[in-house]
Design a protein. Structure first.
Length: 244
């Protein structure tokens, strides 16, 4: 019975043996689980074990792996978070702040803090060493050929500046799900696609589930009543059975 129950929970995404870093960031922002500008990893482990509106993790190592993967992401400002060993209240800074690289973190040493990306970026920018030099300007000048035109320029006064490539502003995707594994597949799509799109400020993500069933023998009246009533209760925008 225990094996069957745990299998059912895993299939329905109610018991997670793997947790994506982007989904952890989504839960941090959605609830929110942040305690100010940061949150302790141990506090997060308690939150996921205590609150029913959060997914259940198989064990604390699932959370630790999500933290480690999130800190290693090159897109951590948009998709995950930074990590710090502790916070120095006297200096007003995070000790051992790191991001965008692999983190040597184990279940036993997961005593640090997750830090909001905007807060981490502010400290990292403030503590970044100034470029060295001999008192001159730090800006790199582009060499110009003497007495000739530069590529893309218009004579001696031509500009070498190129216009940046416009970034894509819309995304759309369609996927077929296994009807016996909808919970599992939808969970993966939420972690690996939707969470990345939701992380941008001002972004609007619309997810629509479309169901099409072909029943050669025809649906019994009882099934028609149950499905129709459930669709109405779940607030389907459109639904219904057809004879042809």
């Amino acid at each position: 019975m225990a094996v069957r129950a745990s299998k059912k929970l895993r299939n329905d995404e109610l018991l997670l043996t793997a947790f994506g870093a982007s989904r952890l960031r989504m839960e941090l922002d959605r609830v929110p689980l942040w305690r100010g500008d940061c949150v302790a990893v141990k506090q997060l482990a308690e939150d996921f074990a205590r609150y029913l509106y959060l997914p259940r993790l198989a064990d604390p190592s699932v959370l630790v792996h999500a933290v480690r993967d999130g800190v290693a992401l090159l897109t951590w400002p948009q998709d995950s978070f930074a990590y710090a060993e502790s916070y120095d209240e006297a200096a007003g800074r995070y000790r051992g702040l790191c991001s965008g690289r692999n983190l040597n973190l184990s279940d036993r040493t997961a005593a640090g803090l997750l830090v909001k990306p905007e807060v981490a970026l502010k400290q990292l920018d403030a503590e970044r060493p100034a470029p060295g030099g001999n008192g001159g300007a730090t800006k790199t000048e582009v060499e110009r050929p003497v007495g000739g035109e530069e590529e893309g320029g218009s004579g001696a006064g031509g500009s070498t500046k190129t216009e940046p490539t416009p970034r894509p502003r819309r995304y759309h995707g369609t996927v077929s799900l296994d009807p016996t594994r909808v919970g599992r597949d939808a969970g993966r799509i939420a972690d690996e696609v939707i969470a990345h799109l939701e992380g941008f400020v001002g972004s609007t993500v619309t997810v629509t589930l479309e169901i099409e069933a072909k029943i050669p023998a025809g649906a019994p009246d009882q099934v028609v009543r149950v499905v129709t009533e459930n669709g109405r209760t779940l607030k389907f925008s459109s639904h219904g059975f057809e004879s042809e």
